[in-house]
Unconditional design. Structure first.
Ligand code: ATP
Ligand code: MG
Length: 673
């Protein structure tokens, strides 16, 4: 990174730069879906004042077997959307496109994990082809005796059969529970048991940077534990992907290829009531034991269809190619690889592998090869690319890109600026989308063509979203500039309908107030333009000698120093201040060498930097340096585990979603400065 740029970003916390929206034609698009600020304000107002009419009209763009009689029936915390309506999400994703004459257009592009030295493996499915595969597997599930309402567990790598299995479940009305393929046997046990699922769809193994992840062996181990707990799994369906040796349990285990071999390529979509469950998905566990979030058919379908189109400016017939790098095991993959994309008729890419295999240029090659127009990824990936250096990007043709997105965590302004300059070539709008597994789809996000962007802010509410910042005690709205709880004051179609099997936790976690507000669990503030800035989890806002500090602000200041690649900040017990600040950092390689030679010079520089950026009260009391930070497998820093390390205790927390246990051990052992 050049020095002038560094200086520019130096004051990232007092970020004042504003990037105005640009005409669609400048980016080679015929128009913006939401046509400017006025149109946005008008639609936002209408959707909130008259949800019946607004969402009724959006829903009517999709097919219903029986029309809904009522758009919204709301008694906090229970919402019914599109009551009386009967539809099928898979039908709207596939059959509807075929019926309209688009059956031969590309629906899904799959790119495989690179084989060393080999050509990239690419498969393209038209709507018709995908429909046929989905129907075959839907019939296979029928043949196994899976009925409407039975939960099917899916634990696979990012192979096409994963998308096919998900859509087949939706087709027959069997809720899917997708478990990310990076999870361990224990995570499978917990989720299968919680969901009372009898059927698991898996692979022999999956590729990961050329190595094999033994998925089937993990399933076998989980099944043994489940059996011992009196919860036997009836069927395990296995896709052969990597050809590793697997144990075979006759009677229980079935080959995917055998099951689909003789099935006809059609299967009628199950008529689904709007409030019939579409899927269960467990949250990433950043803040505690994962919650089984329930989403239903009609509202989720309408919400993902609408938000995908508005946020990314999806336009069929304009050569758009959309790529979201998330795994389908996360809500991002559910909503913005599959469910939001297929009904909008823009081809969606699914990539099997890692960002740095065979090398760090892999993502940019994929963009070049498929002429990707929309690219959606996570801040953690962007920070990794910054660390790996611009050299992997320069020389790649990224001129097809039009809209960039981020999701999953607050993006620090420095990473935003890099994304904007190096990937977006200062042309592409960036949509920083704030949302949750619970919300089903985007809640706070810029809309391209509408919203000016400020690096680090997820800007303004989605159409139909009534967001506010309230005081944690009184639930009254706080003045602009003040921090508080982020709440949503009215229901929206994609909202969760519950935590599976735990009504009390659902009420306590999200609805603990008498106003019927949805409490997101994140702290945020609004600036004088009404823009939202996420400060982090409510648990992560700390009070140091009377100053309320978002840990995210301190992290952003640390990452703003050239020495620091990634930082995590938590509160820790402190004799004098009550709460002190503990920071965990990974260093840029040159600075790591400097640090080895003279640790004090580096720690002094970092403290001075934070003091300058935020104020002396925000200086970290304890600094630790390590090669990695504990993250969930979706790439989020698990601050709750760091709080234990900082406090010097072992809180025996749920670590099933932790990516690498070794990282935690290293941090416990490392020196405190
Ligand atoms: P758990 O609820 O089990 O602790 P989780 O909250 O990490 O897990 P997700 O639903 O995957 O599970 O993540 C949603 C959270 O991610 C949000 O509440 C927020 O903290 C964070 N987040 C997502 N997108 C953004 C964003 N654009 N800016 C800031 N934070 C974001
Ligand atoms: Mg959460």
């Amino acid at each position: 990174m050049t020095d002038p740029e560094r200086q520019n970003i130096e004051s990232s916390l007092h970020e004042t730069r504003v990037f105005p929206p640009r005409p669609a034609a400048e980016l080679g698009m015929s128009h913006w879906v939401v046509d400017g600020r006025e149109d946005y304000r008008e639609q936002h107002r209408r959707a909130i004042e008259d949800p019946e009419r607004f969402w009724g009209a959006v829903a009517s763009e999709l097919d219903w077997f029986e029309p809904f009689s009522r758009v919204l029936d709301w008694k906090a915390p229970d919402a019914k959307w599109f009551d009386g309506g009967v539809t099928n999400v898979c039908h709207n994703a596939l059959d509807r496109q075929i019926a309209a004459g688009h059956g031969d257009e590309v629906a899904l592009i799959w790119e495989g994990e690179p084989t060393p030295g080999g050509q990239p493996e690419v498969l393209r499915f038209t709507y018709r082809e995908l429909h046929a595969e989905v129907c075959r597997f839907a019939r296979a599930l029928d043949a196994l005796g899976v009925k409407k309402g039975d939960v099917v567990t899916i634990y696979m790598g990012m192979v096409p059969e994963l998308a096919i299995a998900v859509l087949a479940c939706a087709r027959i009305g069997a809720p899917h529970s997708v478990i990310f393929g990076g999870f361990s046997a224990q995570a499978i046990v917990d989720r299968v048991q919680d969901a009372s699922s009898q059927v698991i769809v898996t692979c022999d193994g999956s590729w990961r940077r050329g190595g094999v992840v033994p998925l089937k062996a993990n399933v076998d181990q989980a099944c043994a534990t489940l059996e011992a707990k009196g919860h036997p799994v009836r069927d395990v369906v296995v896709v052969r992907r990597v050809g590793n040796d697997v144990d075979w349990h006759a009677g229980r285990d079935k080959e995917w290829s055998d099951l689909v071999a003789d099935q006809a390529p059609d299967r009628a979509p199950e008529p689904m009531a709007a409030e019939d469950m579409l899927f269960l998905l467990y949250t990433s566990g950043s803040t505690g034991k994962p919650k089984g979030i329930v989403h239903t058919t009609g509202g989720y379908m309408v919400w993902t269809y609408f938000t995908a189109r508005a946020t990314f400016n999806l336009l069929p017939d304009e050569g758009q190619v959309y790529w979201c790098t998330a795994d389908i095991g996360w809500i991002t993959g559910h909503s913005y690889i599959l469910y939001g994309l297929l009904p909008n008729r823009v081809p969606t890419i699914m990539y099997e592998g890692a960002p740095n295999a065979p090398d760090e240029g892999r993502f940019w090659e994929i963009i070049e090869r498929h002429k990707v127009t929309h690219f959606y990824t996570a801040p953690t990936a962007i920070r990794a690319f910054m660390k790996w250096g611009d050299k992997h990007v320069t020389g790649k043709d990224l001129s097809s890109l039009k809209v960039l997105g981020t999701v999953g965590e607050p993006i620090n302004p420095e990473a935003w600026a890099w994304y904007h300059r190096v990937i977006g070539r200062e042309r592409c709008p960036i949509v920083d989308t704030w949302w949750q597994t619970e919300t089903g789809g985007h809640m706070l996000t810029p809309l391209p063509g509408v919203t000016a962007t400020k690096p680090g802010s997820c800007t303004t509410p989605m159409i139909g979203v009534d967001a506010a910042i309230v005081d944690a005690g009184t639930f009254r709205e706080v003045e602009p500039g003040g921090g508080g709880l982020l709440v949503i004051r009215r229901p929206w179609p994609g909202m969760l309908r519950g935590i599976h099997g735990d009504r009390q936790r659902f009420v306590d976690t999200y609805w603990h107030n008498d106003r019927g507000y949805y409490v997101a669990g994140d702290g945020a503030r609004q600036d004088e333009d009404g823009f939202f800035w996420i400060m982090g989890r409510v648990d992560d806002v700390i009070n140091v000698s009377g100053h309320r500090i978002g840990t995210m602000e301190v992290e952003s200041a640390l990452v703003g120093h050239p020495a620091v690649v990634e930082a995590a900040v938590v509160g820790m017990p402190h004799e004098i201040k009550g709460t002190g600040i503990a920071a965990f950092c990974t260093l840029e390689p040159h600075w790591a060498a400097k640090f080895d030679a003279d640790p004090k010079a580096v720690t002094d520089a970092l403290r001075a930097h934070v003091a300058k950026e935020i104020g002396p009260f925000a200086k970290p009391d304890a600094l630790r340096f390590a090669d990695g930070l504990p993250k969930t497998r979706s790439g989020k820093i698990m601050r709750r585990l760091l709080r234990d390390v900082a406090a010097g205790i072992d809180g025996h927390q749920d670590t099933t979603t932790l990516e690498d246990r070794g990282v935690l051990e290293n941090l416990r052992a490392c020196q405190v400065y």
